[in-house]
Design a protein around this ligand. Structure first.
Ligand SMILES: Nc1nc2c(c(=O)[nH]1)N[C@H]1C(S)=C(S)[C@@H](COP(=O)(O)O)O[C@H]1N2
Ligand SMILES: [Mo]
Length: 302
């Protein structure tokens, strides 16, 4: 097969959405449903994809969401997040770094080159999607703040404005939404800051204007609408650890061998598919990331 397959990690300039759709239509015409499944062992490179993954339609990825600040049903974020004000937007950077400060979005994004990366997203609830993100490696952003040797973890915080986010008044969760990564996870080349998807601006329900994407971890690590980034010495306590530390660990690496307390993680339902698929270790990114956890007991550090 001569046609290039979609890789998990495909770097190229962002095309506009019309072009993007045209290209997909064209590829469909050429190859039909088998197009994305022409796996050949020779292509099993560092970032290649041997999972026959079809990209989830934009309409699904932008209407079936988790963004609890706007409600707890999957259709709430699209309905209620449209009132989120994303201009102006600023991000405060603090903690163990030389360049702490509050930066406006334009200054943060200005120097970054936007690329496209097609990643699987596996929610801890047992469903998954395949999303073409537009963004840049988190490492490229973090380096600019010159973290010191005391920076062992990075803590992220979502906007928490009750005036814009209906669920903040109801104290559904212990707001603000907080997530974190170990420094080496944050600096890993797969870890992305997304500012768009499908060649378009990031929809508000997907975490505009900027969100984290960590493809080998359960979706809840991929925190949306970030307003604060802190370099810290200790692992930050995440919102989901506050909710139930025995159910949602700090690492949250996708792991079919370690069940959630209330359900198995062996299978997942890919949006748009009828039969469940097997969930893969590290969501299929083991080759790239397993070494980060050498010597760690993944049952203890779940
Ligand atoms: N601030 C914030 N970030 C969040 C969430 C949230 O409720 N609030 N939900 C998480 C969960 S559980 C998942 S699965 C993903 C979903 O991302 P998507 O809606 O773009 O698919 O966002 C994550 N980031
Ligand atoms: Mo999730």
């Amino acid at each position: 097969m001569l046609i290039k397959r979609a890789n998990d990690l495909r770097d190229h300039d962002v095309t506009d959405y019309a072009l993007y759709q045209k290209r997909r239509e064209f590829l469909k015409l050429l190859g039909g449903a088998t197009l994305l499944s022409t796996s050949s062992p020779s292509r099993a490179g560092l970032f290649s994809n041997d999972n026959n993954d079809e990209i989830t339609p934009f309409s699904d990825a932008s209407s079936y969401n988790n963004f609890y600040e706007f409600g707890s049903s999957k259709s709430d974020p699209k309905r209620f997040a449209q009132s989120l004000k994303i201009k102006p937007w600023s991000v405060t950077v603090d903690g163990a770094c030389a360049k702490a400060g509050t930066y406006n979005l334009e200054d943060l994004l200005g120097p970054q080159t936007i690329e496209e990366r097609i990643y699987r997203l596996r929610c801890v609830e047992g469903w998954s999607m395949v999303i073409p993100w537009n963004g840049f490696p988190l490492a490229n952003l973090l380096k600019r703040f010159e973290p010191s040797s005391k920076a062992k973890f990075v803590r992220f915080e979502t906007l928490s404005d009750p005036a814009q986010m209906p669920q903040l008044k109801d104290e559904l969760l212990p707001w603000p939404y907080v997530e974190g990564l170990r420094m080496d996870e944050a600096m890993h080349p797969l870890t992305l800051i997304a500012t768009g998807m499908y060649g378009k601006h990031l929809p508000k329900q997907n975490g505009a204007p900027l969100r984290l994407v960590v493809p080998w971890k359960y979706g809840f690590k991929s925190i949306k609408s970030i307003v604060r980034i802190s370099f810290v010495e200790q692992a930050p306590r995440t919102i989901w650890q506050k909710v139930a530390a025995d159910e949602y660990g700090f690492y949250a690496n996708v792991n079919p061998a370690v069940s959630h307390k209330r359900w198995s993680q062996k299978k997942e339902r890919r949006l748009g598919e009828f039969f469940k698929r097997d969930t893969q270790a590290f969501n299929g990114y083991a080759e790239q990331v397993a070494s980060l956890y050498k010597g760690m007991d993944l049952r203890v550090n779940f």
